[in-house]
Design a binder for this molecule. Structure first.
Ligand code: SAM
Length: 282
């Protein structure tokens, strides 16, 4: 870590960077914690790191200190830009600061292939960003280290039969491996949010194991988990109708019992259903 940088709290005070709730701002100011989160990305030498929502730059410092080749930071709240410029100058790797909305920036073009995504995500857009990265084709990132609110992290990594198992777990499993790597208490943030958080580490599946028809998978899982207590022969009716077929036909094609319920079906089962749905729909 460079000795030239002022402590984060001093930087925040000097630049008047009080947290703005409308941007979902909860800062990480504990350098041990930010270093731990950065280390979850693995060896960063030779890598490009793209950070979403750097804010005052606590995690940015830790990532830069880990020695990537290059770093990009996408921040929507322009108040942080001058402080981030100060941070960038203190490290050898170049830091490109992009003022913009992470939901709409062309992150694939900004970061390039093989990049690492790191973020203490703004909670209001965390799930939408994850879906954007999971859907990306071709997959441009090779590791993602993402802080979510705990409840969302649980839904990302959930397995069949667990309470949190649903659409997000299935869509994630179709594209990536996901591990809940670190639980973070609310008091670790300034200001503390109302809920606990957790860091999830994701790696895209190898290309031959990656499911590509996410639109079909979304249609199937929306229908199946929309009425999760019902048997699939009933809950899949809406999706089946969209493809001009019946729930029974889709289930038979996928080799799944018509009386099964969504929460017991492994992600592979939903992928089979999505394939059958696509074949029927044409
Ligand atoms: N990374 C900082 C940290 O850990 O201390 C700040 C994390 S804070 C939870 C989320 C950050 O994302 C804020 O800086 C906020 O301004 C920014 N942000 C919110 N919505 C955004 C969006 N759509 N695109 C880019 N940045 C966004």
């Amino acid at each position: 870590m460079s000795i030239d940088l002022p402590p984060l709290r001093a930087l925040i005070a000097e630049h008047g960077l009080g947290a703005d709730k409308s941007f979902g701002q909860h800062f990480l100011l504990d350098l041990n914690l930010t270093a731990k989160i950065a280390s979850l990305a693995g060896d960063l030498s030779g890598k490009t790191v793209i950070e979403i929502g750097p804010g005052p730059g606590g995690l940015t410092r830790a990532l830069l200190a880990a020695g990537p080749e290059k770093m990009i930071a996408v921040e929507m709240d322009r108040r942080f830009i001058p402080a981030l410029e100060v941070t960038g100058e203190a490290f050898p790797a170049p830091l490109d600061i992009v003022e913009g909305d992470a939901l709409t920036v062309d992150d694939a073009a900004l970061a390039g292939p093989g990049a690492v995504i790191a973020s203490n995500l703004p909670y209001n857009v965390g799930t939408a960003l994850l879906i954007k990265w999971l859907r990306a084709e071709p997959v441009w990132w090779d590791t993602a280290v993402l802080m979510f609110q705990r409840e969302v992290a649980d839904r990302v990594v959930a397995r069949p039969g667990e309470k949190a198992y649903g659409r997000l777990a299935v869509i994630t499993a179709a594209r990536a491996t996901a591990l809940l790597a670190l639980k973070v208490p609310a008091r670790a943030f300034t200001p503390p949010p109302k809920v606990e958080s957790a860091v999830v580490v994701l790696h895209p599946l190898p290309v031959d194991r990656r499911f590509t028809d996410i639109t079909a998978l979304e249609t199937i899982t929306e229908s199946a988990f929309g009425q999760r207590r019902k048997m699939l022969r009933s809950s899949l009716k809406t999706a089946a109708a969209k493809a001009g077929t019946s729930a029974e036909a889709l289930l038979s094609e996928a080799g799944i019992e018509p009386t099964a319920r969504a929460e017991t079906i492994a992600p592979e089962g939903f992928m089979e259903l999505a394939r059958a749905w696509r074949a029927a729909r044409g």
